[in-house]
Design a protein around this ligand. Structure first.
Ligand code: MG
Length: 208
């Protein structure tokens, strides 16, 4: 029985069509290129290889490249005003309220970005907990510790906490812990994904 819902933020609580993630992925590549002294094209190739071993670009730069300027990284990747592309979503608010379950967020983004985006959507007050990258000691999904820390804080187990994310390998990380995980695949980009998935959040009611 599901007693808690744990949501990813980016491309999960707002539409991928906003272009928000595309914008900050571009800033991540630009930052990585500057830090490594590479062209953006070269940085993109190195990063692709790096994040196959790490959950996030930040963890790769810290783990392999001796990077330590975490606040500088977040400021470059998530400048204020980035949330302008996100529209308010009163319909989502009504839907989340109608679920009648406590809700929390587990994101690989920093808190300042999370707060801005939630405020723009108009749902910032609906979550009991927000677990961001700094809260998790900059150890992000899909590391088991990123999930188990959050579950411990919620006082909830993987089998009665539904986790929703748009990244197949993050959902897979949660399924590997025995969790109930749902992929949000809005544009059907992962047709071969073998586990439960939805296009729109309203379909979540099938899994509650
Ligand atoms: Mg996401």
């Amino acid at each position: 029985m599901i007693r808690y819902i744990l949501f990813d933020l980016d491309n999960t609580l707002y539409s991928i069509r906003t272009g928000m993630e595309e914008d900050f992925q571009r800033r991540i590549i630009a930052f990585t290129a500057r830090f490594l002294g590479l062209s953006p094209e070269e940085a993109l190739i190195r990063r692709r290889e790096g994040i196959s071993r790490y959950g996030t670009t930040l963890e790769w730069l810290m783990g392999d490249r001796g990077f330590t300027a975490i606040d500088e990284y977040y400021a470059a990747v998530h400048p204020s005003g980035e949330e302008d592309v996100i529209p308010p979503d009163p319909e989502l608010r009504r839907f989340l309220e109608s679920l009648g379950l406590p809700l929390a967020i587990l994101t690989n983004s920093p808190r300042e970005h999370t707060d801005r985006v939630l405020a723009k959507i108009g749902i910032a007050d609906l979550f009991t907990h927000i677990f961001d990258m700094r809260w998790n000691g900059n150890q992000g999904k899909p590391l088991p510790i990123a999930f188990t820390r959050a579950l411990d804080a919620l006082g909830s187990g993987p089998d009665n906490t539904l986790f929703v994310d748009d990244a197949p390998r993050y959902v897979q990380g949660y399924l590997n812990l025995g969790g109930r995980g749902i992929l949000r695949d809005e544009l059907d980009r992962h047709p071969d994904y073998p586990h439960p998935k939805i296009r729109e959040l309203r379909e979540l009611t099938r899994y509650l």
